[in-house]
Design a protein. Structure first.
Length: 153
């Protein structure tokens, strides 16, 4: 099967996200197709690729850490679901953050806690736990932000 066929087959549900993830683990070059799929107009492709990237960020964060800035840029996307995925992935990538890239975006990241979308806040809170484990110097800042929750309208 050619690489060009993969996204089409995902869109037609001939390949499910779990199978695509396994294909990527056999050939990491296919990871680029997953990034391309995020730009698809077909929701089946876009969200399948997002699911795969989230899963890879949990199991193999070293494969995605070089694209850390890509996920930071995804935080500004107009698609809320992709924002949530980016928050989850960034939280997972902090365990690999040897360059302290997260520290430079932490204020922006913490602001998602006060987003009007409760789902955005939930994803942010979930990431806080991962970030606190991997970046203990931010634990107090995370706690302070969490304590502000009851004041959010």
């Amino acid at each position: 099967m050619g690489e060009g066929d993969i996204l089409r087959k995902i869109g037609n549900k001939e390949i499910d996200p779990d199978d695509f993830e396994e294909m990527i683990k056999i050939n990491w070059d296919l990871l680029q197709k997953c990034f391309e799929g995020l730009n698809s107009v077909k929701p089946e492709i876009k969200y399948s690729c997002a699911k795969v990237l989230r899963s890879i960020s949990e199991k193999h964060p070293e494969k995605l850490y070089p694209r850390f800035d890509f996920f930071v840029n995804l935080l500004d996307n107009n698609n809320k679901i992709l924002n949530w995925v980016a928050i989850d992935i960034i939280g997972n990538l902090t365990k690999m953050d040897v360059d302290n890239k997260f520290d430079s975006i932490s204020e922006e990241f913490f602001n998602f806690l006060t987003d009007q979308s409760m789902i955005m806040a939930v994803h942010t809170i979930d990431s806080f736990g991962k970030i606190a484990k991997t970046k203990p110097h931010l634990t107090e800042k995370i706690t302070d932000n969490l304590l502000k929750i009851e004041k959010i309208p």
